[in-house]
Ligand binder design. Structure first.
Ligand code: NAP
Length: 201
């Protein structure tokens, strides 16, 4: 069971633009391989979490208050907000606020051995990382730069660095990068790699 941040991002690390728009992403339409990639990912997910901006975007974009049957997820979703948000009829949405750690424990229980998906935004994912609860980043990197917007992951993660474990390509559009998050003091294979490099004279 892993806790995964699966998202699309611009090259310069923004997951939405200043207007919370994803037009820059939607312009690519159906890119060969991406639907299968997403399906395969979602098949392994047993619970998901998102912040209120993301939830409100989904609700507005899909017109879910009028068409609740369009709710896109089959697993329980935890939505973080300090405000009272409209519920989508029939959708398993649990509104929560505050410390992410107890919520993560509930999510893991509900996922029952399957993965936990942190859908975003970046700071919410950062809150899970702050508690050592983030295992993996799966980033679909779109060939655009935005300059500003909603940040991918506004945290400093340098030592140990993320470990690149997979690189895939979808058409001539997306690079899909998978990174694992190493725990402090657990440098695993990365340390071994450095040990093997002979220092230059
Ligand atoms: N590119 C992609 O694939 C992708 C993926 C996901 C999201 N997105 C987009 O990226 C943008 C992300 O927006 P965002 O950066 O504002 O992040 P967000 O996580 O969607 O929303 C942030 C808001 O969630 C609430 N929140 C966060 N942590 C909380 C906590 N611990 N307790 C209670 N409330 C909490 C706060 O709002 P309140 O308390 O005021 O409600 C906070 O302002 C959205 O436009 C979304 O549609 C893109």
């Amino acid at each position: 069971m892993k806790t995964q941040y699966y998202t699309a991002t611009s090259i310069d690390g923004w997951i939405a633009d200043d207007e919370n728009s994803l037009d820059w992403l939607d312009q690519f339409g159906a890119v060969e391989g991406m639907e299968d990639h997403y399906r395969q990912f979602v098949d392994g997910v047993g619970a998901l979490a998102m912040g209120s901006t993301t939830y409100e975007w989904i609700v507005g974009h899909e017109d879910l208050l009028e068409h609740p049957d369009r709710w896109p997820y089959e697993v329980p979703a935890w939505v973080f907000s300090t405000r009272e948000l409209p519920a989508v009829e029939g959708a398993d949405v649990r509104f929560v606020e505050g410390d992410v750690a107890p919520v993560h424990a509930d999510m893991v229980r509900a996922a029952d051995g399957e993965n936990v998906w942190l859908a975003g935004g970046g700071d919410l994912v950062g809150q899970f990382h702050d508690h050592g609860l983030l295992d993996e980043l799966i980033l679909t990197v779109a060939p655009v730069t935005l300059g500003s917007g909603a940040p991918l992951l506004p945290r400093r993660i340098t030592t140990p660095p993320l470990q690149l474990v997979d690189v895939e390509r979808a058409g001539d559009v997306f690079a899909v990068l998978t990174y694992t998050v190493e725990r402090s003091g657990d440098h695993g294979g990365r340390e071994k790699l450095w040990d093997e490099v002979e220092p230059a004279d």
